[in-house]
Ligand binder design. Structure first.
Ligand code: PHE
Length: 349
């Protein structure tokens, strides 16, 4: 009973100090202000520290009491600060909720989802389309031999058509190249499958060119090859019209211009009516025609190279530029966006 009494009596200065501190702490409206009060009381030069430092000067019988009061003050201040900090945090959350119209019944924000690359999208769509017409989907090596990339396609070593292919040669004697087109897989298909056959071959091809808005060193093609009896240009046109219907969802007029490729004879450039305009636009460069793809009837030398008798079988082939098609579809003005890996570009699809 004498302890509290003597405590009260002996601590005229420190007992109100805790109450005073608590009042100050309660009045704080920010954690910065709280830090300030904390420093004032429990900091290195603070009230508590000074109290403790005064112990040696106090009369010996009062020393324990001074120490006790200092500790009570220290704990009290720390507790009050912690409580106030929690209070401030709660208040902050509450105002945020109010401000943002927080509704706990709403579902959480959806996680970010990726999407398929536009080239993958087009490839898959066309694969579906061709599969529904009885085509098989084939794959071939991106590193090819000179034989498959050129020789077997009726492009012998000294043929000027090699120039236009801007080839990347692998190290060594030059007989391995990065394929410059998907046509080498025509030969592999002829070698490995029994006619009649219909195949499409989507894939990456490479050209050693300076890059600009319409040229990249790597791009995508889809090769098509159909081998059957009595194949004519009419079959080719029919297949291409079906392809166009699949891509643009309607019938488009087509026209053939002569085009030279050593592995087809006759060879064509196939144009389609511009699907985007009636009287000329930027896409068709005001011509009302868009260049769709090169194609033709497969040259007898190519069929022979693949072990297929050109007297017995006929064939047509086409080389669809997938990169170009994606650019047409999404009005992309620079082919380098496609493989540039810029997430801002990709997020649009
Ligand atoms: N392979 C040719 C190229 O990339 C395109 C082509 C394919 C032409 C099939 C005719 C037939 O240049």
């Amino acid at each position: 009973m004498s302890d509290p009494e003597s405590g009260d009596a002996g601590n005229d200065s420190s007992a109100p100090t805790l109450a005073e501190a608590e009042a100050k702490i309660l009045a704080c409206e920010s954690s910065e202000a709280l830090k300030e009060v904390e420093r004032e009381y429990v900091g290195k030069q603070g009230v508590v520290a000074r109290l403790l430092a005064s112990i040696p000067d106090a009369p010996p019988e009062e020393r324990p009491e001074v120490g006790k009061q200092a500790n009570i003050l220290k704990k009290g201040v720390q507790q009050a600060i912690q409580a106030r900090q929690q209070g401030l945090a709660d208040a902050r959350v509450a105002t945020e909720r109010e401000g943002q119209g927080f509704d706990p019944s709403l579902p959480p924000p959806r996680p970010q989802r990726g999407s398929l690359h536009p080239l993958t999208q087009v490839t898959r769509e066309l694969e579906d389309l061709f599969q529904s017409m009885g085509y098989r989907i084939l794959d071939g090596p991106e590193i090819e031999t000179d034989y498959y990339n050129f020789e077997a396609l009726n492009i012998p070593a000294d043929h000027p058509a090699r120039d236009s292919h801007d080839t990347f040669f692998c190290e060594g004697d030059g007989h391995l190249v990065l394929r410059t087109h998907t046509s080498p897989v025509q030969i592999r298909a002829l070698e490995n499958l029994e006619p009649p056959l219909r195949v499409v071959i989507p894939g990456k091809v490479f050209r050693h060119e300076s890059t600009d808005a319409s040229h990249d060193h790597t791009f995508h093609q889809m090769e098509g090859l159909v081998v059957d009896r009595d194949i004519s240009v009419a079959h080719l046109i029919g297949a291409m019209k079906t392809l166009l219907r699949g891509i643009f969802d309607r019938d488009l007029e087509v026209r053939l211009r002569p085009g030279y490729f050593p592995f087809v004879e006759p060879g064509f450039e196939l144009d389609a009516r511009c699907p985007f305009c009636e009287e000329g636009c930027r896409v068709c460069k005001r011509t009302r025609w868009i260049e769709l793809l090169p194609c033709g009837l497969v040259h007898p030398n190519v069929l022979r190279a693949g072990g297929v008798d050109p007297e017995e079988w006929g064939a047509f082939a086409f080389g669809l530029g997938l990169s170009r098609l994606v650019m047409l579809r999404h009005a992309i003005d620079d082919v380098r966006h496609l493989l540039g890996g810029d997430i801002r570009f990709l997020e649009q699809f």
